[in-house]
Ligand binder design. Sequence first.
Ligand code: ADP
Ligand code: F6P
Length: 335
Amino acid sequence: MDEKKLTTIGVLTSGGDAPGMNAAIRAVVRRGLSSGLKVKGIQKGYSGLLNEEIIDMTAKDVSDTIERGGTVLYTARCAEMRTQAGQERAAEICREHGIEGLVVIGGDGSFAGAQKLANLGINTIGIPGTIDLDIACTEYTIGFDTAVNTAMEAIDKVRDTSTSHERCSIIEVMGRSAGYIALWCGIANGAEDVLITEKYDYDEQKLVNHIIASRKAGKKHHIIINAEGIGHSEAMAKRIEAATGIETRATILGHMQRGGSPTCKDRVYASMMGAMAVDLLLAGKTCRVVGYRHGDFVDFDINEALAMKKNVDDYMWEVCNSLSHNYSKRSSAML
Ligand code: ADP
Ligand code: F6P
């Protein structure tokens, strides 16, 4: 049976932006054009699709973008896409614009939209783009590497002033309900405590005891990395200061973690994923998501990918704790 030859594809970014998304867009555009396809850029995610904010992309349109943070296609969250009527309209608009294949760069929510479009006959491929690293089918998501390096550098700076003033510092990092940025910074910054929803027992007295013990052991600062999912850093700082008598400040890093020029890893991996998404469409694939596992770029069925679960690695968590959190306990135990 003769398969209809693919002629036109679209690309959009959806959900929170992430450094490296431009590299993925650029790869989709250039891989697509060099494979003889027309490539359309859809602005502002599903919202722009439903408003038909669709532009033809040339190779030049993505010049000077690989080094830039954010997304040149803009992004949005779109409630209408969650409805069946919205999904049907989105598929109809794709057909009206000749978009037979669509590359969706975003997180799990965006993939759910891509899955619905695939069910409605539009070939879709998802690319994991989120600083949170919270997509189960992949060990890498676009933007995490840049965001975690940005957070790490900011925490180093807070640590300098924290030491000078002999303070305790609570630094809140992003990640929605996932603790990957916090955990990686916990190791990279040598934090005394790391609080993540996946592991925190909400025993604040234990935390207070650690702070007092490490101060007694001679530590000049006490860095607590608090994941966004736990939050309430300001209130926590007040309670800790009252309980320990040690001056305590809270710093919420916020959206600065989402910006900035992507790292080499984010540029390269995002480029690989963008190119692979186009190759999958050219091979007639649909309802797939690109991932990175055990050193390889791979693809999964979106339904299966969305059903997968991801957990913080127990060994990594244990190592993180053994290198900082149990400072006084380990040193006394080893003597
Ligand atoms: P992320 O893609 O980073 O997980 P969101 O969860 O905010 O971010 O999802 C991004 C967008 O994807 C939403 O604003 C919505 O338009 C679309 N989306 C999310 N969930 C669904 C769903 N179940 N069905 C269809 N579209 C969805
Ligand atoms: O998913 C990326 C992320 O930055 C999360 O870490 C954070 O919880 C959320 O997006 C913030 O979203 P917004 O930009 O809508 O405030």
